[in-house]
Design a protein around this ligand. Structure first.
Ligand code: SIN
Length: 494
């Protein structure tokens, strides 16, 4: 039932699994529908894979491992550079696919392609710098050396919110390190991932080195379980919910795999009384409304010092109320639909709960029904005031275009509030007092801290959390280490 999207290259609309260098259906022949996030209407379909498809992918990845790791780092880097060039050359088609299946406006989708491509380029460059070490010997007659080795077959399970960037930043370091990959993209957004694989194929990534299977929500546990139980799969890298991340950690214990888990966040954003308020509003707009708030590092709790609260709230509400909400295909849209009806229900539920518990609504506060489309999943960009920690939106990630403003009076109080969550992915604060900047940066319990800055992610920086936000890092030289083992060589008799 695949209906053509308007792509310059129609062959980038792929609708099969990619295993051992060939495009294959699921062994059962089953397929599932890919839905337009705005309406829920099906517009394409892909294989609904099961455990046997996942095992076949692992067979090929395992068989390809020795050959791939034996190639020189420069050789692997060269193939990654070709892949990077193809991604950049096909930006418009990839952006159309992202917008179509994920719903983010086209300009933002293009930015995602550039962002994802930057990881491929970065890890092509890092592939040749996976250095080891010489250790000064504690006793004469020996040499102590450390070498880095690829972890083995990697299973990558990726989310829907950045259908290209998240898969690129897992696959690129894995391939750079000399690992081979089996991947499963999010059930909502398989098309961008498959197009990326097609480009990897064209770049010359050898058969079996990169394999991808698609699966519906119902079939995903079967695919994941096949990889979790398989001793040949040596590493799992996952971005998604904390609940699923914990179950992957539990279920992979039997084969003691290496794990990278980039899980949920509940980011605090603090505006101190000495902050540049305009800069803070700009930073919040950039961080909060990227992908309509459907971003793990999106600020979820905005703490504003009592003395600047009214001024900040007024400036913010003016900006938020002016955001244009609409379909990804409309160049005027700044905020697209939420990914599915569950997401819409969650956002609406958080706002209803907050209002019931005493929050005020400065703007938005309800789903947006577009004329003639009663199934639309748009939510009006919203600013809530007088939020407190008894509200659901303080405890859970809202993952939508809702800003909740909390009031605070002192530095100690706000640091305690910011850290009062099981999550620890990102935190942001705006302040000018340099002593305060260092104090607060030291005390925030997160893997990432934005100081007078709302745009944090970059291929050169380590992205990842602590506590219930997971472990492992993506991007930077630390992101390559996560795909490698450290091997110690001791040479004696010298
Ligand atoms: C995420 O939402 O998981 C990733 C966001 C980013 O890369 O900035």
């Amino acid at each position: 039932m695949t209906k053509l999207l308007t792509l310059t290259r129609a062959d980038l609309l792929c609708s099969a699994n990619y295993i051992g260098g060939a495009w294959l259906p699921a062994a059962s022949g089953a397929r599932y529908a890919v839905e337009d996030p705005a309406s829920g209407a099906a517009f394409a379909d892909v294989p609904d894979s099961a455990a046997d498809d996942a095992r076949l992918a692992a067979d090929h990845a395992y068989a390809a491992f020795d050959g791939w790791r034996a190639r020189s780092a420069r050789d692997r880097a060269g193939l990654l550079k070709r892949w990077h060039a193809l991604i950049v050359a096909n930006t418009d088609d990839l952006a159309r696919l992202i917008s179509r299946e994920q719903g983010k406006p086209l300009a933002e989708a293009r930015a995602e392609v550039a962002y994802g491509a930057s990881y491929v380029e970065w890890f092509a460059e890092e592939a040749v710098r996976a250095y080891g070490d010489m250790i000064p010997e504690p006793a004469r007659g020996k040499k102590l050396m450390v070498v880095k080795e690829p972890a083995g077959v990697v299973a990558a399970i990726t989310p829907w919110n950045f259908p290209l960037a998240m898969i690129a930043r897992k696959i690129a370091p894995a391939l750079a390190a000399g690992c081979t990959v089996v991947a499963k993209p999010a059930e909502d957004t398989p098309l961008t991932a498959l197009a990326l694989v097609q480009l990897a194929h064209e770049a010359g990534i050898p058969p079996g080195v990169l394999n991808m299977v698609t699966a519906s929500r119902a079939s995903t546990p079967g695919v994941a379980d096949a990889w979790l139980q398989d001793p040949r799969v040596r590493k799992i890298t996952f971005t998604g919910s904390t609940a699923v991340g914990k179950s992957l950690a539990r279920d992979s214990a039997g084969t003691l795999k290496k794990l990278s888990l980039e899980l949920g966040g509940n980011a605090p954003f603090i505006v101190f009384d000495d902050a540049d308020l305009d800069a803070a509003v700009n930073g919040l707009m950039a961080a909060k409304f990227r992908n309509g708030g459907q971003t793990c590092v999106s600020p979820n709790r905005v703490y504003v010092h009592d003395s600047v609260y009214p001024a900040f709230a007024a400036r913010l509400a003016q900006r938020v109320a002016a955001l244009a909400v609409g379909p990804a295909s409309d160049p005027a849209s700044q905020i697209g639909p939420l990914i599915n009806s569950r997401a819409l229900d969650k956002v609406a539920g958080h706002v209803a709960d907050a209002v019931e518990r005493g929050a005020g609504v400065l703007c938005g506060g309800a789903p947006l029904r577009r004329p003639g489309d009663d199934r639309a999943r748009y939510y009006a960009p919203t600013v809530l005031t007088d939020a407190d920690h008894g509200m659901r939106l303080a405890q859970e990630e809202t993952f939508g275009p809702v800003v909740a403003l909390f009031r605070f009076h002192s530095e100690d109080e706000v640091v305690a509030l910011a850290n009062d969550t099981p999550f620890g992915l990102a935190a942001y604060f705006y302040a000018r007092d340099i002593a305060r900047v260092w104090r607060v940066a030291d005390r925030l319990e997160t893997g990432i801290v934005g100081i007078n800055e709302g745009a944090l992610a970059a291929e050169a920086a380590p992205f990842g959390g602590i506590k219930d936000s997971g472990y492992g890092r993506e991007g930077s030289r630390y992101g390559l280490d996560d795909y490698m083992h450290t091997k110690y060589l001791c040479m004696g008799g010298l």
